[in-house]
Design a protein around this ligand. Structure first.
Ligand code: PLP
Ligand code: COI
Length: 340
């Protein structure tokens, strides 16, 4: 039975649940890991994570299906992406099979926190990994902690399915050959100033350009982006400096194989924005959030789908993807991990 909670009005924020998973890495290996109730972490003042931001994270969700099962969506891809991120940050990857087992374990322990089917809320799962022991010179830690906590969440953007407004900032997110393609905490630290500025100016998010030429669309601070052309092709930016979103990869598959639409992953130039009829952000937290307008300084791009509701193709993609996640539509093999 679920906890008694106002699930329908939940936003996207941290709510402490009962259990979390923790495993420690020392002397070159990971311990057996355990479930704990302690949400606090005590670390040395010179821990590598505090001084040199040696930390990375993942995000996935557990869903209650129509039949009452609890499932999560493609956790193997989060496990793989976290291992890739860890290697880029000189951290020991947490073994991918153990990552999936730990996700299952921690969700099972917090099963009463999985929001009911149809409430619009889900249980967000946050695995993270950080360098723990003191360092002084710039070098990686030798000791690490891998943790997973959970938190019930509602829509990432207030207003749920209402289209949002983006702006093109004068800041960049990721440099060529940098860390834009991995989920390093540092990518988010550097976005905080830009997001605060965007909010102050009345925008919901920043849409970043490629930093090498500042002519191409990349992604936002916390989501990838898709566009729909006037002839219903689903297009998404191809770039080595954006995070390979699991939601975006799944949506492109859904567009092609479930909806019979043409899809294309290619460079998208800022000049082309006027040619698309729909635009949406995609990610675990964002799900599929429609974009109504983009402000590029004095140039305003109004997507024809408008500011009232999702465009027609975006809605179909949303319904199919969430239908798969919530067990209403049959999933491609291997996409759904049944927890209970
Ligand atoms: N891009 C960024 C920068 C993100 O933080 C996220 C969130 O995880 C995404 C894209 C979407 O990725 P995913 O669909 O795997 O959650
Ligand atoms: C996610 O979608 O899981 C994210 O990590 C995005 C954001 C909360 C940083």
């Amino acid at each position: 039975m679920e906890k008694n909670f106002d699930w329908e009005n939940l936003g996207f924020g941290y709510i402490k649940t009962d259990y979390r998973y923790v495993s420690e890495y020392k002397n070159g290996s990971w311990d057996e890991g355990k479930i704990t109730t302690d949400e606090n972490i005590t670390i040395n003042e010179s821990a590598c994570v505090l001084q040199y931001a040696q930390t990375c994270f993942e995000g996935l969700k557990a869903y209650k299906t129509e039949k009452g099962n609890v499932v999560c969506f493609r956790p193997d891809l989060n496990a793989k992406r976290m291992a890739d991120t860890a290697l880029r940050l000189e951290m020991p990857p947490f073994p991918e099979n153990r990552f999936i087992d730990a996700v299952v374990n921690v969700v099972k322990k917090n099963i009463s926190w999985v929001p009911p089917y149809g409430s619009g809320a889900t249980l967000y799962i946050r695995p993270f990994l950080f360098g723990k022991n003191p360092v002084m010179g710039v070098k990686p830690a030798d000791e690490y902690e891998f943790r997973i906590f959970t938190s019930p969440v509602g829509p990432y953007f207030k207003g749920g399915a209402k289209p949002i407004i983006l702006r093109v900032p004068d800041y960049d997110r990721a440099a060529p050959h940098g860390t834009g393609h991995v989920k390093a905490g540092l990518n988010y630290a550097m976005s905080l100033h830009a997001i605060c500025e965007a909010h102050k100016l009345g925008f919901n998010e920043n849409i970043y350009l490629d930093s090498a030429t500042r002519t191409k669309i990349e992604e936002t601070g916390g989501a990838n982006i898709i566009f729909v052309t006037k002839d219903n092709k689903v297009v998404t930016p191809k770039s080595p400096t954006i995070l390979p979103s699991i939601t975006r990869r799944s949506l492109m598959y859904v567009a092609k194989n479930y909806l019979g639409l043409k899809t294309e992953e290619r460079e998208i130039f800022k000049e082309e924005l006027n040619e698309f009829k729909e635009c949406a952000l995609c990610g675990t937290a964002a799900v599929l959030s429609p974009v109504g307008k983009i402000y590029d300084h004095n140039n305003i791009i109004n997507f024809p789908a408008g500011m009232e509701k999702m465009g027609e193709i975006t809605q179909k993609l949303y319904d199919t993807l969430t239908g798969i996640q919530m067990g209403k539509i049959e999933a491609p093999e291997g996409w759904i991990k049944v927890i209970e």
